[in-house]
Ligand binder design. Structure first.
Ligand code: DON
Length: 321
């Protein structure tokens, strides 16, 4: 079936979602990273980026928040760009764990590979894979450059978040060294962990995340800068990684109710990819027990349902003015 949307109908759905959930106070800021606990929990922004580069926004879409686990998608893309799809699968994997993002038992259960670049273990492994091996500074530049190209503008390191997270990331230190034990870390474990912690501490806006989602939805062509960031053949693989594990142990419920492959971060961000149609991002700090923003989930779900969109619908979507 053909689904015809207008620019105004999308604007209305975004504004409606914002108005509906603006006052919602469910969830709680992440507090295992001290910096995140003190962010204003009333912040709320929604941004949609269409494949012609136009944005539709409501609320705090220019506020730079901690990208956290959403950055796992960006570095998975970098690993795909540097190594290709086969190697990403053999060196990390593409399986959902069905377990929390920082699970150690998931590594023990599946010690032949860290399972997916979108949980902590796989994301630290992905940071270890980034070339050039052994050169922390150049690896960091590659990570930031890739993120900048995907989002159309540079992220800014939130130094206080980086320090806060580095001082408290004991669980992740165990993960890095456990991966080393299984031969699944491809550079120095402490350096790989530091890169992961730093990428999680990058400040990003909902506006930038929506552009990144749209770049993936547009098969690697950034619709704002017109830069071809990655080979379009990777797009289905990237979206499948997001779809299978983007919301950790809540991923199935999320996909079933929203129809949108999306990735969350404990900073309160969500980045969604609707292939061939748009990128959608939302941000609100209070999260649920799985680490996913409560308000951002409600808002994005509302927009998808209101517009009758789903990645599984089989509909051909057209957007007119
Ligand atoms: O590794 C951590 O714990 C954080 N830097 C990121 C976790 C995260 O965002 C999980 N996602 N919802």
């Amino acid at each position: 079936m053909e689904r015809n949307l207008t620019f105004v109908s999308i604007q209305e759905a975004v504004q409606e979602a914002y108005n509906l959930y603006k006052e919602n106070t469910d969830g709680k800021n992440a507090d295992y990273i001290p910096y995140l606990a003190q962010i204003d929990s009333r912040l709320f922004g929604i941004s949609v980026c269409l494949l012609d580069g136009r944005s539709i926004e409501a609320g705090d879409t220019q506020y730079a928040f901690g990208i956290e686990s959403v950055s796992k998608v960006h570095t998975a893309i970098l690993a795909l760009r540097q190594y290709g799809a086969e190697k990403l699968l053999s060196m990390i994997g593409a399986d959902a764990t069905g377990l929390p993002f920082n699970s150690i038992i998931a590594i023990l259960l599946e010690n032949d590979h860290p399972s997916t670049p979108l949980v902590n273990a796989g994301a630290i492994a992905a940071c270890s894979m980034v070339k050039p091996i052994g050169d922390a500074r150049a690896k960091w530049e590659a990570i930031v450059d890739n993120l900048t190209q995907l989002s159309g503008s540079a992220p800014v390191l939130i130094d206080e978040l980086y320090r806060s997270e580095s001082a408290t990331n004991f669980n992740n230190r165990s993960i890095a060294w456990l991966l080393k034990n299984y031969g699944r870390i491809y550079d120095d474990p402490d350096m790989s962990l530091d890169l992961y912690t730093r990428q999680c501490s990058l400040g990003i806006t909902a506006h930038q995340l929506a552009i990144c989602g749209a770049t993936i939805a547009n098969k690697g062509l950034n619709p704002v800068t017109q830069q071809n960031v990655f080979d379009g053949a990777f797009a289905p693989q990237i979206t499948s990684l997001i779809a299978t594990v983007g919301f950790y142990e809540h991923t199935g419920d999320w996909l079933y109710t929203s129809g949108l492959p999306a990735k969350s971060g404990v900073g309160g961000g969500i980045m969604g990819v609707l292939p061939g149609v748009m990128g959608i991002a939302a941000f609100a700090p209070p999260i649920d027990e799985a680490g996913n923003s409560v308000k951002a989930q409600l808002a994005v779900k509302h927009i998808m349902n209101r517009l009758g969109l789903s990645v599984f619908s089989g509909d051909r979507v057209t957007i007119t003015d």
